[in-house]
Ligand binder design. Sequence first.
Ligand code: BTN
Length: 258
Amino acid sequence: MLLDSTTGYNLELLEKRGVHYYPSLGSTNVELRRLAEEGAPEGAVVLADSQSAGRGRRGRTWHSPPGKGLYFSLLLRPQQIGTAAAAALTLVAAVSTARLLRESSGAAVTIKWPNDLLVNTKKLGGILTEAKSEGTMLRYLLLGIGLNLNHEIDDFPVELRGRATSLALEYGHTLERTPFFLSLRENLLEDCRLFFKKGFAPFRQPWKEMSSSLGRIIAVALPGRTLRGKAVDIDTAGALLIEDERGECHRILCGEII
Ligand code: BTN
């Protein structure tokens, strides 16, 4: 068994499973996009021990120090799926990831709509879905996932310490990254394929059970305005239903809780 002496990743196993592994990379999403353009098949995955330019949503950066977290991107090539599905796919990936984290570490992970994974109200992980479309149809999707697993407090920059956390910080134990990553990749592929066949319906109930957003008064940043109201439900298409103070219901497919 060839274990990388600095990172602990099992390189032999990663290679056997066809993982494109890099000790360090700018961004796994950027590298996977390059491979996708070269014709890489569905399921292709880029994993990095650290990223120097990890990307978050809305142009933010994703802090990705070596030896601590999980940073990877998975390629999906749906057939005959419209671009509107990309937003719901992020919710499916959140369900899949939160479920496995709960099963493998016992962590009480919740999902903050649409793409944040939280423990004790702090951010444990995030998902960045990027799509390439042709007209109204999706050509491919890049599912980029970043998880804070084994970080100590000093591994986070000072400005993140109040908002971010890791499994190690919350529960005092570390998670072996190779087996966890390989199981997560398998679960994600299976769940995404189920979503492409059956839509969001099979994921609605688990999403609701793990949601930290439902029942709360929230403010959602939308293009050019902020919507305030109570998050009352999620529908079968994965849209968040928000009731404003006048009792009017708004159906929101993408945005960000602020
Ligand atoms: C967010 O919450 O803003 C989404 C963060 C997504 C970060 C991951 S880390 C692996 C993949 N590569 C990137 O550059 N970003 C995503």
